[in-house]
Design a protein around this ligand. Structure first.
Ligand SMILES: Nc1ncnc2c1ncn2[C@@H]1O[C@H](COP(=O)(O)OP(=O)(O)OP(=O)(O)O)[C@@H](O)[C@H]1O
Ligand SMILES: [Mg+2]
Length: 264
């Protein structure tokens, strides 16, 4: 179900830091592009990790998602950068986004700024998927992302407190769904940095499965050094090491996403 937009908008969110949001958003975006979908990645984090991971210098970015949200860019389309990777464009971020929470806080309709941008991008008919890389918080930036999305993917590690974190996030999703965005659905929980031989990983996974079995993606993302390497070379996995286990795992996830959202 795409609701009122014809583009699928997927937020990768988890208020916990370092769980693999950026790695997953970037590599799912790349993999969807490889599968033939036209993809726009939106870096919605002032840390600008997705931007850097695509080899774009965040200090050189003049037109970012900040200018799009605040209306300082002439048009949203001027903030879109086409990458050298198949079917992949990005709206970059930089530190200027850090002030947005304060700037929006007193404004009327502060929850729907990004939603308006999605509507504008949708009207351009350039993309099948928009992937949003969220910052590690449940502040106004993430609220904007969830209000603007029809799909949420939650990357999580199998470690202590994962379940508590998810419960808190689910409560926020429920509140946003009922107040602002009934079209928001959880497409899946994505297990990242998985090490099956660790007893703790297995224990936490079975705990998570007790509550969320039906939404956890079948494919898990293993912990792997290739992932660190590919980001230090500023290349998505598919282009850094096409046949690596990690690259194939993210391709599998992209296929599961298409299956869950498009029904085949
Ligand atoms: N499967 C994996 N195997 C090994 N390392 C990984 C894996 N996934 C992510 N990492 C590494 O873990 C770190 C955190 O990942 P990432 O930046 O994707 O998390 P994040 O949730 O976006 O973080 P933040 O909350 O700061 O935005 C990075 O150094 C990344 O390279
Ligand atoms: Mg990140």
């Amino acid at each position: 179900m795409k609701g009122t937009l014809s583009v699928q908008v997927i937020s990768f969110a988890n208020q916990k830091g370092g769980v693999g949001k950026t790695t997953s958003a970037l590599n799912c975006a790349t993999s969807l592009g490889v599968l033939g979908k036209r993809v726009l990645l939106i870096d919605l984090d002032p840390q600008a990790n997705s931007t850097s991971a695509l080899g774009i210098s965040k200090n050189a970015v003049k037109l970012s998602i900040y200018e799009a949200i605040t209306g300082k860019a002439k048009d949203v389309s001027s903030t879109i950068i086409q990458t050298k990777y198949k079917n992949l464009s990005i709206i970059p971020s930089n530190m200027s986004l850090a002030s947005i929470e304060a700037e929006l806080s007193s404004q009327f309709g502060r929850e729907v700024f990004l939603k308006r941008i999605m509507e504008r991008i949708d009207s351009l008919d350039l993309f099948d998927y928009i992937i949003i890389d969220c910052p590690p918080s449940l502040g106004m930036i993430t609220v904007n992302a969830l209000v603007a999305s029809n799909s949420l993917i939650i990357p999580t590690q199998c470690e202590y407190f994962a379940l508590e974190g998810l419960t808190q996030l689910m409560m926020s999703v429920k509140a946003i769904k009922s107040r602002y965005n009934p079209e928001l659905n959880i497409t899946g929980i994505l297990i990242t940095m998985f090490t099956p031989r660790y007893k703790l990983s297995q224990e936490v996974l079975s705990e998570l499965e007790k509550y969320y079995f039906d939404i956890i993606f079948n494919q898990k993302i293993s912990r792997s050094v290739v992932i660190g390497e590919s980001s230090s070379y500023a290349e998505p996995l598919y282009y850094y090491a096409k046949y690596s286990k990690s690259s194939l795992e993210y391709l599998e996830i992209a296929k599961e996403i298409v299956e869950r959202l498009e029904g085949f």
